[in-house]
Design a protein around this ligand. Structure first.
Ligand code: SAM
Length: 428
């Protein structure tokens, strides 16, 4: 048979759990995980639930695809594991057999595309590659219809991207990837969640830093940043001359490395002498922090799964409270009242419990590449500080002009604390 271009395993899974066979979301999760377990690079997945029952779906991988169609009424799934390259799809087979609780199956392995039977067309790969590179840079010409999707079980945000993966490392904490999207440029994803993009990062980084900095004024000297591995938050903070020292505690060196290399305009302040960059778990760092040390603590953490789960705990915020000076501000990445309202409101209740209801504030702002686009920062205040009173508006406007800020200004600081009724009800 000689060398084959692809390997195709056709699987009949029988006596599967009918409920699983009818659950599109869990089948998709299992199929994507099955691909990852075999070392595949998942590009995209699409699954459809038929009415009244049955699911069809495909996971496109860099190494080709995994596909499935189910008949829940027969407890049966027809699965195709089509791969090219070194990937061992039997690993996916074993994983799916367990997921579907299938106790009887048949599988046939076929070599596809035997080169003995094929005639190779001598493409000048380099000219094709050059043309491809030219075309994918120009969305109008690009034919690549590859989408990156950040989603939960009910909602998703998809960005068309060039298919180019500049960085893809599974760190001890999370999968760190740098992709290139047509609309928002390069983006950092952690475990397939968008963290920051070239074209809208300023929305987030300007709003997480300047409202608190101008409220503290020249007293903002000693700052603690938890997370923030892309570097955008410290970049914005270091625009303020009052700062004497920033301690940044990021758990994952891989994030810093990836951003320094591929997002240099965001990760541009890591060599600033005022910055003490520590690669460690922010939860234990705050637990061991000296009381009343910081004027400002910024929690620029990822979503509450994996390493960041503890960044939403009562104990963590009690420790932050203790580490803040008697006059100080805590700002935390507060999730979205529209995407994960439970986490959003729970964090608010936690801060109210620790700082007091009248010392807890929520600022809403927009990040187009976060699911729903509506996001928040949640504040806890110690001492006599008022985020709604800007001491010197002219000074703020001059700073905004000089630093060419593109989101934050004195009006938006105030406006961002005006909450829509549904949010007021959510945190009532
Ligand atoms: N803007 C993003 C968001 O809204 O989700 C956050 C960006 S920033 C990249 C999040 C950083 O928090 C990541 O680099 C992640 O590694 C870091 N992180 C997560 N858990 C952490 C922990 N326990 N201690 C320190 N850093 C942590």
């Amino acid at each position: 048979m000689g060398k084959a271009l692809g390997n195709h395993i056709l699987v009949e899974f029988m006596n599967c759990d009918p409920r699983v066979m009818n659950d599109a979301a869990s089948i998709e999760r299992d199929m994507v995980e099955a691909a990852k377990k075999a070392g595949a690079t998942v590009i995209n997945s699409t699954f459809h639930h038929f009415s009244p029952f049955g699911v069809s779906g495909v996971v496109v991988i860099q190494e080709s695809h995994l596909a499935i169609h189910t008949w829940p009424e027969w407890g049966y799934a027809a699965v195709d594991l089509f791969t090219c390259g070194e990937m061992d799809a039997w690993i996916s087979f074993d994983y799916l057999k367990k997921c579907f609780s299938s106790d009887s199956y048949s599988a046939i392995e076929l070599k596809r595309g035997s080169v003995n039977l094929l005639k190779r067309n001598d493409f000048d790969i380099s000219s094709i590659r050059t043309k491809a590179q030219e075309s994918w840079k120009n969305p109008d010409f690009s034919t690549r219809n590859v989408w990156f999707t950040d989603k939960d079980q009910d909602q998703a945000l998809s960005l068309r991207f060039t298919g180019e993966v500049f960085h893809d490392v599974q760190s001890p904490f999370q999968r760190v990837r740098i992709l290139e999207s047509y609309k928002y440029g390069k983006l950092l994803t952690l475990d397939d969640m968008v963290m920051t993009t070239e074209k809208d990062e300023f929305h987030y980084h300007e709003m997480i830093s300047h409202s608190a900095m101008f409220t503290l004024g020249d007293n903002a000297k000693n700052i603690l940043v938890i997370g923030g591995g892309d570097g955008g938050t410290v970049r914005e903070l270091l625009r303020h001359d009052s700062i004497e020292k920033i301690t940044m505690v990021e758990i994952d060196q891989e994030v810093i490395t990836a951003c320094k290399k591929h997002l240099p305009q965001i990760a541009c302040a890591f060599d600033n002498p005022k910055l003490d960059l520590i690669v460690d778990d922010g939860i234990s760092f705050v637990k061991n922090a000296k009381p009343k040390t910081y004027d400002l603590i910024i929690v620029d953490g990822s979503d509450p799964i994996g390493p960041a789960e503890g960044l939403f705990s009562v104990e963590f915020y009690r420790n932050c409270y203790a580490a803040l000076k008697d006059t100080g501000i805590l700002v935390s990445q507060g999730e979205s009242p529209k995407f994960n309202d439970k986490v959003f409101s729970e964090l608010n209740f936690t801060l109210k419990e620790i700082f007091g209801a009248d010392k807890t504030k929520i600022s809403l702002f927009f990040v187009p590449t976060y699911p729903t686009g509506m996001w928040s920062f949640q504040y806890g205040i110690k001492g006599d500080l008022d985020l709604l009173k800007i001491a010197d508006v002219a000074k703020v406007d001059k700073f905004v002009k000089e630093k060419k800020l593109r989101y934050y200004n004195s009006d938006i600081q105030i406006a961002s604390f005006a909450l829509p009724n549904f949010v007021k009800e959510l945190i009532a």
